[in-house]
Design a protein around this ligand. Sequence first.
Ligand code: GDP
Ligand code: MG
Length: 279
Amino acid sequence: MINWFPGHMNKTLKQMQSDSKLCDCFIYVLDARCPLSCINPEFIKVVKDKPIIYVLNKADLVERTDLVIFKKYFNAQGSECISLNATVSGNSKILIDTINKIFKQRIEANKQKGVNFITRAMILGVPNSGKSTIVNNLCNKARAVTGNKAGVTKSKQWVKVSNNIEFMDTPGVLLPNFDDEQKAYNLAIVGSVKDEVLNLVDISIQLINRLNNLNENILKSKYGVEYNENTQLINMLQQIGKKRGCVIKGGEIDLERTSKILLTDFRSGKLGKICLEKI
Ligand SMILES: Nc1nc2c(ncn2[C@@H]2O[C@H](COP(=O)(O)OP(=O)(O)O)[C@@H](O)[C@H]2O)c(=O)[nH]1
Ligand SMILES: [Mg+2]
């Protein structure tokens, strides 16, 4: 369904594996609307020995109960997990606190020796998960690139986000492999895959299907579209189009335009706080 080049992914993974040697920990930014779909299991294999902090970003777009469930899930794997609305200035500071908590012993041992130990982190995640927003949030937009450090690969630059924490300046962008079609669709729905390479009608049908399964009232209350088990999903999309005035000559519904409206409504939270995954 989605064009993806395994060769390209292998190259990215290799680069990240090599970059990961320069880092003490990883900040894996996930879209809270489909956290598991955002995870590339290959990455976890290549960096298994260092702490990963999972960030359920865009927490403002899902219910608290969903955040609690995913937090428990990642904690059970021995990882820290925080939820975040990175668009609110100051919120991302919780990441600094979490990193300091993980490396507390090492930081304090160094302090006693009079050394300000710098902890380095790589921020990574699928496109559009909020990586840049988080970094800008922590840097108050004035990105302080600290430049090369002795003993650190010259080509890497670091962004200072607190007095003892630096992020690798280029966030890692890694899509999961799309073997799991449902996960691929979730990513397309939340906007992690460029819309240009997608069939938006196909993606919208998938969204309608998920919404029907979650709660039939979502589409009913927003567009007045009723669902029963005999309803064809394409008919529901047509009804939404009719409701939203996406009619072309001859009374035909412009499904492409309808799909864009539906996806935009979902992505901006206008359909409510909705998590696409259940565990
Ligand atoms: N609602 C909401 N939107 C967010 C949040 N974090 C980022 N965004 C938005 O998501 C989009 C992608 O963010 P960006 O930082 O560019 O993602 P990146 O591709 O991972 O660097 C932007 O429009 C952000 O404003 C959040 O916590 N909540
Ligand atoms: Mg970015």
